[in-house]
Design a protein around this ligand. Structure first.
Ligand SMILES: [Zn+2]
Ligand SMILES: [Zn+2]
Length: 117
């Protein structure tokens, strides 16, 4: 699929083909219908928030779930969803009490040798 890819801060986006892998055990693949570019994205672009590159910005999206990882129990293909920057492990005290930004569970992150999202 085509994406606007940022290769380094303070440089133009490059429209290019990107490959999308299958979702990991705790991940969801969403067909994006609309996405916002927020102030956080502007800080990734201007370099104020250091971020691993290359990156596809736009973490505030709406769309339809296409695939779910084997351990996902909260949504299923066909569900209409919105996204946010915070990860949701679905089982820690922070996530279960609505404080997703405090989640530190390692199972929502990809390892060093794994392909990027
Ligand atoms: Zn944002
Ligand atoms: Zn959590």
């Amino acid at each position: 699929m085509k994406a606007a890819v940022l290769h380094q801060s303070k440089s133009p986006f490059v429209i290019e083909d990107v490959a999308i892998g299958k979702p990991g055990p705790h991940e969801v693949l969403v067909r994006t219908a609309a996405v916002g570019v927020c102030h956080s994205d502007l800080h990734f672009l201007d370099g104020a928030y250091p971020y691993p590159m290359p990156a596809v910005l736009g973490h505030e999206a709406a769309g339809v779930v296409e695939q779910v990882g084997e351990l996902v129990r909260t949504v299923r293909p066909g569900d209409h969803v919105i996204t946010c920057l915070s990860a949701y492990c679905g089982h820690c005290e922070h996530c279960l009490t609505g404080h997703l930004s405090l989640c530190t569970e390692p199972d929502t992150r990809r390892g060093e040798g794994e392909a990027p999202r």
